[in-house]
Design a protein around this ligand. Structure first.
Ligand code: NAD
Ligand code: MG
Length: 392
């Protein structure tokens, strides 16, 4: 029986994870669940799953959660705040941690799970972008296993040999990440001036949380994924390419030196990646419909429109700059996306905020968490100043 701590249980990845887990009561048990502020949703999940630990990230809600769980007859230990998330990630109640919190808020619990040697199912790409090197060190320390949930990286993982040292030794020429192109594929900049948050969140193929949906619309999601691939697979930036594939059926590919290209295909449903990572190296039922290639009929591929969607190049730039540039990129993006979702920033200004932050801030090398968090804070403050000045 694998015991699972699900961090970010009330989100989209959280729901997909619970859907897969519920299909296999003989294999998996949920021992910890976390939410940010949604006490109602967390109480419901706790009633259903009976975890040992319930974490509410906002400490101001800890007492309310404890009270609500007591009256619901749920006997879970209630903890809160960043420290509560860390405890849930590293404690002996779990063998496996699903890192499904969105944004930098997931960083410390992700690192803690890696350090504690858990089987780490990683959806929280922002933590890899911010702290790829620290995460690698933590994984070495804990001698744990990281299985990517991001569909592209999960696909690449599936297309690489099981026993691998480095990509060159495996004969890999390049990693090819596919991108749907998002809801605004084919539009020009003049058509993007007035797009709204609801339009940006209406992804053609995937149903996801609002932050990653906006990232998909700006193509920053693919930028973050290039950096994620760099750290997860030890791939140089020049060996990671992106191709637009509007159907989201080919989830990514690995090209080998002999010209072979291995791809992983499937319906756009995160439960495939989640089931793969939960059961690896075995395969289990995920509840995903059989891929009907005849109905899909055509798989299309096209180049990224880098003139219109500049965020992808900003991510490649940040990766080339190294040091804290990816931290700045991520922090500025999180602030800009939040401002866009709040109606405080136009869509096209998201990239302006990120570009200005990358230009203005130094990108020194840091190798400890507290300096990295300082850089994150500095970038957020700078981004907020720029957002305020653009709104004025
Ligand atoms: P979501 O917004 O649906 O859910 C986010 C979860 O994180 C919720 O449980 C929320 O309570 C929690 N959370 C939010 N802010 C928090 C904070 N400050 N502290 C603690 N917890 C907090 O997001 P999602 O779509 O499930 O995405 C989660 C992560 O997975 C993101 O990093 C995203 O990039 C990645 N991802 C998602 C998908 C997808 O299909 N949804 C695909 C690939 C990768
Ligand atoms: Mg992805």
């Amino acid at each position: 029986m694998m015991r699972i701590a699900l961090l970010g249980a009330t989100g989209s990845i959280g729901a997909s994870t619970l859907d897969v887990v519920q299909r296999h009561p003989d294999r998996f048990r949920i021992t910890a669940l976390s939410a940010h502020r949604n006490v109602d949703a967390l109480v419901d999940l706790c009633q259903q799953w009976r975890p040992e630990i319930a974490v509410i990230a906002d400490p101001a809600l800890e007492r309310e959660l404890a009270k609500r769980l007591r009256s619901a007859g749920v006997d879970a230990r209630v903890i809160s705040g960043p420290q509560g998330l860390i405890e849930a990630a590293e404690g002996s109640h779990a063998d496996c941690v699903v890192a499904a919190i969105v944004g930098a808020a997931g960083l410390e619990s992700t690192l803690a799970a890696a350090r504690a040697g858990k089987r780490l199912l990683l959806a929280n790409k922002e933590s890899v972008v911010m702290a790829g090197n620290l995460l690698r060190t933590a994984l070495e320390q804990g001698d744990g296993l990281l299985l990517p949930l991001d569909s592209e990286h999960n696909a690449v993982f599936q297309c690489l040999p099981r026993e691998r040292r480095n990509l060159a030794e495996c004969g890999v020429r390049r990693i090819l990440l596919t991108a749907s192109g998002g809801p605004f594929r084919g539009l020009k900049r003049s058509e993007l001036v007035t797009v709204t948050p609801d339009m940006a969140c209406a992804h053609p193929n995937w149903s996801m949380g609002r932050k990653i949906s906006v990232d998909s619309a700006t193509l920053m999601n693919k930028g973050l994924e290039v950096i994620e691939a760099h750290f997860l697979f030890d791939a140089a930036a020049v060996d990671i390419d992106v191709v637009v594939h509007p159907q989201s059926i080919v989830h990514s590919m690995v090209e080998y030196r002999d010209g072979s290209v291995l791809a992983q295909l499937g319906n756009p449903d995160m439960r495939t990646a989640i089931a793969y990572a939960l059961a690896w190296p075995q395969r289990i039922d995920a509840g995903v419909a059989t891929l009907d290639l005849v109905r899909i009929a055509q798989l299309g591929f096209e180049a990224v429109d880098r003139e219109t969607f500049r965020c992808l190049d900003l991510a490649y730039q940040a990766l080339a700059s190294g040091g804290t540039a990816p931290v700045t990129l991520n922090a500025a993006n999180e602030e800009a996306v939040a401002a866009f979702l709040d109606g405080r920033l136009p869509f096209l200004a998201i990239e302006t905020v990120i570009e200005s932050c990358l230009e203005r801030l130094p990108h020194g090398f840091v190798n400890d968490l507290s300096s990295l968090l300082d850089s994150d804070l500095t970038a957020r403050r700078e981004a907020q100043r720029i957002i305020a000045s653009l709104a004025a």
